[in-house]
Design a protein around this ligand. Sequence first.
Ligand code: ADP
Ligand code: MG
Length: 352
Amino acid sequence: MNFQQVFGTEPEVEASAPGRVNLLGEHTDYNDGFVLPTAIPQKTTVQLGFSKDEQHHFYSAELDEKVDVLESTHTPSSFASYVFGCIRLLEQEGNTIPPVNVYVTSSVPIGSGLSSSAALEVATLRGLRSLLSLTLDDVQIAQLAQQAEIHYAGVQCGIMDQMASSLADTDSMLFLDTRTLERQVLPFPKGAEVVVIDSGVPRTLAASGYNQRRADCEEAARLLGVKALRDITEPQAVESLPEPLRRRALHVVTEDNRVLEAIQGVSPERFGELMNASHASLRDAYEVSVPALDTLVRMLQETRGVFGARLTGAGFGGACVALVEVGKAEAIAQNVLQRYNGSGYTGRILVQ
Ligand code: ADP
Ligand code: MG
C-alpha cells in the first residue's frame, strides 16, 4: 500500500535518513567519550501530508501497521511512539504542529543494531521541518531525536545514533566528542571500505547487561573522582579500582584512546589493528561478547583482504563490522558468511 492507498490523499513532502554502523568507540558514549560511526546505504524514508481530521495517522510499510493518535492521548505504543515523540518535542519547543499523516518505509534492518530507530526519528523530523518550514539545524534534529527516543520510546540512549543519522554520510567517518558535540567528518582509511554481518544471535541480554555496564562505569568514575571516565586518559590510572570496575574502566579508557589514534589519519592496517584490539577489549575486559560474535570476528580477521573486525553495537548478540580492501567487500562477506553459517549459525550480510 502506498501513501495514497493508506490515507486517500497525495503526500506533500518526503524526507530520508540513513542507518549507521559504529567503526570504533564502543560503550564510550555514555562515558562522555569518543565515537566514530559512518552512515550505511540503507535508509528510512517518510512521506508526510496534512491529516483531514483531528488525529495524527502513522503507517509503517515494513510492519504493515497503522496507528491513529489523538493529539491529547498519552504516548502511543510501538513504532508510533518514535514518530509521536518527535511531534511532541517540536511542540515543546514552541512549534505548532497540525494533525499529520506520516507514511514510513525503510531498508534499514529493524532491531539489528544499525539504528533503524534513529533513522526513523531523524527522517520524521526532517519531514516535519520541510512540511512546516521549521528552522532546525542538523544538530538540533539529532538532539530532538534523542530526546524523543528517551522520553517517548523509553530507551536510555546516548547521542551517537541520532548524530550519525543526521550528520554522517556513507563516504566518510563522523568523529564525535559526545561531551562537547565537537565533530569532524573524516575520510575512510585509504583504500578501505566497510562490511557488516549480522551474527543472527538476538541481543536478549543486551538491556540488562547494558544497564549493569553503565552503572559500573558511573561507580568507577565516582571512585576515581572524575565526572565521567572520559576524563581519564592514562590506562594505569584505573589500576587501583576493585574488579570488575577496573576491567570496565580499562576498556573505556583504552577505547577512547583508540578512537583518538584512529582519527589521526592512520593506515588501513593500523586502523584494522585498532578494531581488533577493540574487539579483544570488549570480549575480555568489558565482557559483552558471546561465542557467536567471537567466531564471526575471528573468521573475518583470518580472511585475506580484511584489515580488522570487531563486534559493533552494545554486544550480547547483533552485528560485526569489518574494514576491508576496496572492491573486495562482496566477495569477503559471501565467503565469511558461508563459513560462519556452515558452523551452525544463521547470520546474514547487512552491508557489503
Ligand atoms: P535498532 O535501532 O538497532 O534498529 P531499536 O530497538 O533501537 O533497534 O529500534 C527498533 C524499533 O524502532 C522498532 O521496534 C520500531 O518500533 C522502530 N522502527 C524502526 N524502523 C521502523 C520502521 N521502518 N517502521 C516501524 N517502526 C520502526
Ligand atoms: Mg536503536
